[in-house]
Design a protein around this ligand. Structure first.
Ligand code: FES
Length: 153
């Protein structure tokens, strides 16, 4: 039997969805809502490329069933800022040129926003802890760390 429609609150907008409740939230965000900020990396909850905020806490959208996100406030990269008015964390990552290939970056930015919401002045080790499970295969960790410090300034 197919699951009944449900609604998701994403970036302040409510969407009614007629998709299986167990569909990964990442697929629904990307394929049904056209939000490509969250990236598909591993699909196993391990790389952080798909990070979104759920009620202000970082969540890995590839391993969350879409139905399980009903009733929560979901924020994707698209909900932070725009090209002309970037969020201050996005602006800091741009200024510090923190991207190499850039694939991990959206997840890094979401994880940084999540960190700064609960800890506006993190130490180096708190930043490293918060981002330790967001994988960057290019090894631009120093630039990313600098970008987070820039965002805090
Ligand atoms: Fe979700 Fe890697 S794609 S953690």
């Amino acid at each position: 039997a197919s699951s009944p429609p449900f609604s998701l609150l994403v970036n302040g907008e409510r969407h009614c969805l007629d998709v299986p409740h167990e569909a990964p939230l990442l697929y629904v965000l990307r394929n049904d809502l056209g939000l490509n900020g969250p990236k598909y990396g591993c699909g196993l909850g391990q790389c952080g490329a798909c990070t979104v905020l759920m009620d202000d806490k970082c969540a890995r959208s590839c391993v969350i069933p879409a139905g399980g996100a009903a009733g929560r406030a979901i924020t994707t990269l698209e909900g932070l800022g725009t090209r002309t008015h970037p969020h201050f964390v996005q602006q800091a990552f741009i200024e510090r040129q923190a991207a190499q290939c850039g694939y991990c970056l959206n997840g890094m930015i979401m994880a940084t926003v999540g960190l700064l919401q609960k800890n506006p002045h993190p130490t180096d080790s708190e930043i490293i802890d918060a981002l330790a499970h967001n994988l960057c295969r290019c090894g631009t960790h120093i630039e990313i760390l600098e970008a987070v410090h820039r965002a805090v300034e």
